[in-house]
Design a protein around this ligand. Structure first.
Ligand code: SAH
Length: 272
C-alpha cells in the first residue's frame, strides 16, 4: 500500500500557501536500516515525501522496509548522494539538527520556533532538514553548510534523541504549523434546555422508583445529578443516551419486580 506522497503538495488555508513537497529530509551517514525505515514512516505521517541520503555504509534494507511499513514508496524513491553539499545543492535553505550545544550552535532554535519560518520558505524554494549519524551526529564541517540550527528541547540528563524520533519531532512541528489537520468536530448539536429538563424528569422518576432517593432527599439529589450532567456541554446525543439508559433501567426494574413476585408466589404455593 502506498502513502499519500505528494498529497499535501500545495495547500492554501486562508492567505497561507504551504508546500510540504518542498521540505527535504536529508540523512547523513545513517547506520541502521531500521531507523531509515522509521524516518520514512514519520515523514509519511507528517505529509512529507522527499528523502535524501548520504550513505556511508550499506544499509539493511529488509529492516528499513519493515520499519517503513506503509511508507516504502518514500524509501524506494529516496535520492542518494556522495556528499551533503550535493544532497542540498538545489535547496534555498539548509537547516541542521544537533543535540549538542556550544560551538557554531548558539543561534539554535527549537523546531516549534523554526516551523513558521520553514513554512514561509517552502512557498519560495526547497528547504532541507539535515540529520546526522546515530553515533556521531553531524561534523562541524557539515554543520557549516547549514545556515540554521534546530535543537529539540530535552532533559539535560540525555539530550540525544533516536534519529527517527528527532525527524518525527521536526516534521510534526512543521505539519502542525501548516494547519493542514482538521480535528474531528462534534456533530451533535447542544441539547436545548427543554430536552435536558425532560431528561432530568425521567431520571428523577427513575431514581425515585428504584429507591435511590426518597421524596425528602429528591431535590437535593437532583441538584447533584444536574451538577454532574452540567460539567460539560451536553449534546442532543448525550441526552438521548441518558434517556435511553433511564428507560431501560425503568423497564428492568419493573420486570425484576414482576419476576421476584412470581418467584415468591411459586414458593408460597409449594409450601402450602
Ligand atoms: N551522538 C550524537 C547524536 C546523534 S543522534 C551527537 O551527540 O550529536 C542522531 C541525529 O538525530 C543527530 O545528528 C541529530 O540530527 C538528531 N538529533 C538527536 N537529538 C537531537 C536534539 N536534541 N536536537 C536536534 N537534533 C537531534
Amino acid at each position: 500500500m502506498g502513502t499519500a506522497a505528494g498529497a499535501s503538495a500545495i495547500q492554501c488555508r486562508g492567505e497561507k500557501i504551504v508546500n510540504l513537497d518542498n521540505v527535504r529530509v536529508v540523512l547523513v551517514g545513517p547506520l541502521y536500516g531500521g531507523n531509515v525505515g522509521s524516518v520514512c514512516r514519520a515523514m509519511a505521517n507528517m505529509g512529507l515525501s522527499d528523502l535524501a541520503i548520504v550513505p556511508e555504509r550499506s544499509l539493511n534494507m529488509d529492516e528499513a522496509r519493515m520499519m517503513a511499513c506503509h511508507a516504502t514508496d518514500i524509501l524506494e524513491s529516496r535520492s542518494t548522494h556522495t556528499t551533503l553539499k550535493e544532497a542540498v545543492e538545489d535547496c534555498g535553505v539548509v537547516m541542521g539538527t544537533s543535540a549538542r550545544t556550544g560551538l557554531y550552535r548558539q543561534h539554535a532554535k527549537t523546531p516549534r520556533e523554526w516551523a513558521p519560518t520553514v513554512l514561509a520558505d517552502t512557498s519560495r524554494g526547497r528547504v532541507a532538514l539535515v540529520f546526522g549519524r546515530e553515533d556521531k551526529g553531524l561534523t562541524n564541517e557539515e554543520l557549516s553548510v547549514c545556515s540554521r540550527i534546530i535543537q529539540i528541547p530535552t532533559s539535560d540528563s540525555y539530550t540525544s534523541l533516536n534519529l527517527s524520533q528527532a525527524v518525527m519531532v521536526c516534521c510534526y512541528e512543521i505539519f502542525v504549523a501548516a494547519d493542514l489537520y482538521e480535528p474531528p468536530i462534534e456533530k451533535s448539536p447542544l441539547a436545548p434546555t427543554a430536552f435536558r429538563e425532560r431528561m432530568f424528569d425521567i431520571w428523577r422518576a427513575l431514581l425515585l422508583m428504584i429507591g435511590f432517593m426518597g421524596d425528602d432527599k429528591c431535590d437535593h439529589m437532583m441538584q447533584g445529578f444536574r451538577r454532574v450532567m452540567g460539567r460539560g456541554a451536553v449534546t442532543e446525543d448525550d441526552v438521548r443516551i441518558m434517556i435511553g439508559v433511564a428507560r431501560q433501567a425503568e423497564w428492568a426494574a419493573e420486570h425484576l419486580q414482576e419476576s421476584l413476585k412470581a418467584e415468591g408466589d411459586k414458593g408460597e404455593k409449594a409450601e402450602q
